[in-house]
Each structure stands twice: as C-alpha cells, then as structure tokens.
Write a protein that binds this ligand. Structure first.
Ligand code: F6P
Length: 328
C-alpha cells in the first residue's frame, strides 16, 4: 500500500441514486473531520469534478440527512469522464482544491471511471457500492438494495390485495438493470408463483404450462415477478404472450419503476452506509487505493474496483427450486 499522507478528501455520488447515499456521505464527512482532514463535496458526480462544482463540507452540513432518500450532493452519469481529456480537467480541478483522496459512492459505471482515474493520476480512489441493483461482486450488500426491495415488497403486497379481490393474474416488473436480485428477493417475499430473472434462462413454455395448470385447478390468482433485464423481455412482453395463449386469464401489468429508487433508507441501509463510509476514510488513511469497501460474511472486505465490476454477484440456483416448491 502506498502510504502518502492524505489531508484533503473529496466525496461524490455517481450513477443512479440509491437510498442510503446520504448516510454514506455523512459518515465520510464526519469521519474525515474527526481525523482532521478537510472534506469536500463534489456536486453531481464526475460532472462536478469537470465543472469545478466542489465545496467544503463541515459536520453541520450533513446534519439531518441520514434518513433522507436521494443524495444531497446530487448525482449524474457523466460521459465526458470516460474520455482521457475529461479526466485531465477533473484532475486539474481537484488539484486546485488540494484534494488528494476520493470516495466514490456509486455502481459499476462509476467504478469503471474511478479505476481509470486512479491508474492515471496520483489521487487514490475508494469505492462504496451504492446501487439498488446489487450487481457488484465483493460485497454481500450494497447501499440501497434493502430499501428498494422493501419498497417493491410493499407495492406488490398492495397489488396482491386487488389481484386477489378480482382473481387476476399480475405481471409485475421490477428494476435491477442486468441483475435479478430485486426480482428474486421481492418475488420470494411476496409469494410469487413465478420469478423471471436474467441469471436463469426464461422458459416461456414452462411458464405457460404452469399457469395453464393453475387455471385448470381454479387457482386464478397468480403473481409473476419479472426483472426488467430478463432476456426474454419485460412485463409487457410476457403479458402479450400470456394473453394470446391463456385468453381466459384476466391479466394485468404493473411496472414499479423509479419508486424503487426513492424513499427513506431502511435501518439496514443506514447501518451499512455508515459503516462503509467510516471504512472508506480509514482506507484512504492507511494508503489503500483503487478498491471497493464491501461487507462479506459480516466483515469488511476490500475488492479491486475492476474485479467488483467484472465479476458480479452469483445467484444460487437453489433459490429457483425453492420458488417452485413454495408456489405450488
Ligand atoms: O442502476 C439503478 C437503476 O435504477 C436500474 O435498476 C435501472 O435499470 C436504471 O437505474 C434506470 O436508470 P434511469 O434512472 O437513468 O432511467
């Protein structure tokens, strides 16, 4: 580890927001100030680095935000930062403030940028996994996933009330980009009859057979939870086929969308964000660089940013067997 003395650090949130990002910023700011560092907030992710939208943050600036969704530093997806010219401007702006360490709270796109930046310049970068998708390797948890999945569960429970009253078949689409974690967790927790995720090939014939069989034995209330990234298609696609093949089923679609990204973070998300925020600053102080702080088996764990992005988390196939057994 390269032990360069750090005195000024920057913190930013980048990519899609996730509940708990504010709690993570707060932890970084207060831990940094505790250790006598100057902490700077970078507004709108990497865009703020390019526009020099950087401001000093004191402990009072992060008061009363731990319970808020979104991110008070705002966030963006910044294309210019993927170009060497963009990163050069960002570096000059950071140097202008004397910033010599960075904490990036975001998902895989944000880490790809950080990885390039830390390879080119002498500013160490520490990543914190802030994403509702849980699509990052090297951590059992990501900041925001627990809140998002609980939001999905609450919404699906409500859908169940009305679908049960009308004996309907519902296809609910949840977020997750290319990952099926939100679908798997929210589907199991709401007793979904079928869960379709990108990690497992969707067998449309098997789905039709299972729903037809349920229709035959007058099990008319059926819930299908589909991940937006499922390779077969989203909820509308699936519903179209079901309507053609099982016209007797009273089929409806609900796409939950961005409500999954908002809202007050759960206790679990606030805790992991606080914990990771603290360890991000500790990491910079002991000379770590180009790693993501994660939690594996309840212990802090450090993964090179490149590995975190490339490997993704694996979904155990046993879960799909459990879904089938429990839905019978
Ligand atoms: O990565 C978080 C996420 O909410 C994904 O689940 C989703 O695919 C995407 O961001 C939506 O992005 P946007 O808010 O830009 O539409």
């Amino acid at each position: 580890m390269d032990k360069k003395k750090i005195s000024k650090i920057g913190v930013l949130t980048s990519g899609g927001d996730s509940p708990g990002m504010n709690a993570a910023i707060r932890a970084v700011v207060r831990t940094g100030n505790y250790y006598g560092l100057e902490v700077f907030g970078i507004v709108r992710g990497y865009s703020g680095m390019l526009d020099n939208d950087i401001r000093r943050l004191h402990n009072r600036d992060v008061a009363n935000i731990i319970q808020r969704g979104g991110t008070f530093l705002k966030t963006a997806r910044c294309k210019e930062f993927y170009e060497p010219e963009g990163r050069a401007i960002a570096y000059e702006n950071l140097k202008r403030h004397g910033i010599d360490g960075l904490v990036i709270i975001g998902g895989d796109g944000s880490f790809k940028g950080a990885q390039k930046f830390s390879a080119e310049y002498d500013i160490p970068c520490i990543g914190l996994p802030g994403t509702i998708d849980k699509d990052i390797a090297g951590s059992d948890v990501t900041i925001g996933f627990d809140t998002a999945v609980n939001t999905a569960v609450e919404a699906i429970d409500k859908i169940r009330d009305t679908m049960d009253a009308h004996d309907r078949l519902f296809i609910v689409e949840v977020m997750g980009r290319d990952a099926g974690y939100i679908a798997l967790h929210s589907g199991i927790a709401t007793g979904a009859e079928n869960i379709l995720i990108p990690e497992t090939e969707t067998d449309i014939e098997a789905l039709i057979t299972s729903l037809t069989e349920k229709e035959r034995r007058k099990k008319l209330v059926n819930l299908v939870v589909v991940a937006e990234g499922d390779k077969f298609g989203g909820a509308e696609e699936i519903a179209k086929i079901i309507r053609q093949r099982i016209p007797t089923a009273d089929t409806r679609v609900c796409i939950l969308g961005h409500i999954q990204r908002g809202g007050s973070p759960t206790c679990s998300d606030r805790l992991i964000a606080s914990h990771m925020g603290y360890y991000a600053v500790e990491s910079l102080l002991v000379g770590r660089n180009n790693v993501m702080v994660g939690v594996v088996n309840n212990k802090m764990h450090y993964t090179p940013l490149g590995k975190a992005v490339k490997e993704k988390q694996k979904i155990g196939q046993e879960w799909m067997k459990i879904v089938k057994i429990l839905a019978s």
